[in-house]
Design a protein around this ligand. Sequence first.
Ligand code: AMP
Length: 198
Amino acid sequence: MLNVVLFGAPGSGKGTQSERLINEFGLHHISTGEVLRDHIRRGTELGKIADSYISKGQLIPDDLMIRILDDVLDKEAAGKEGVVFDGFPRTIPQAEALKELLLKRGTDLHAVVGLEVPEDELVERMLNRGKQTGRADDNIETIKNRLQVYHNQTHPLREYYTTEGKYLGINGSGNVEEIYNNIAENLAKATGRERKGK
Ligand code: AMP
């Protein structure tokens, strides 16, 4: 098993880099943001609740988010070689819960890849993504709130996972392929895996 958290501020490239990681290492991708957006698109009850938080740039409450992830792991991750968690955990209680959720499935979290990108670049990327994809929360007001929430609630996880010896900080600025190569090299080294893509 290889379970990896792709960590970073909104707009740091977690989605883009997740795709490459799952292809090379044969992993399953779970993006909690995508799970929630899918509920919104389908107009479910959960989608309505999620939308009320996402549209303001706030986090979905921990207990609800953890229950959703537990359910997604049951439905999607059983029998897989491992998971790339994209957008989860975003708070310390979520990190504690992830440990439990993996433990009860007889596995563990192996590494946390942190994409480090300067704030002005994050804003520019999200505004561009908003123009290209129409993603509703990629507007300047919501972006500001999301970055504030990131600093207050999510950034402390960098320290948390550094203390656990799991944090791999990666420069997330610049060329997508170079960033990916850096991620894959560091991850392979830290987890004793062979790279398949090389
Ligand atoms: P993302 O696609 O990861 O940028 O997530 C988009 C939005 O979904 C976030 O701004 C939050 O409102 C919500 N969300 C996604 N993942 C989580 C999570 N782990 N905890 C709480 N809210 C989340």
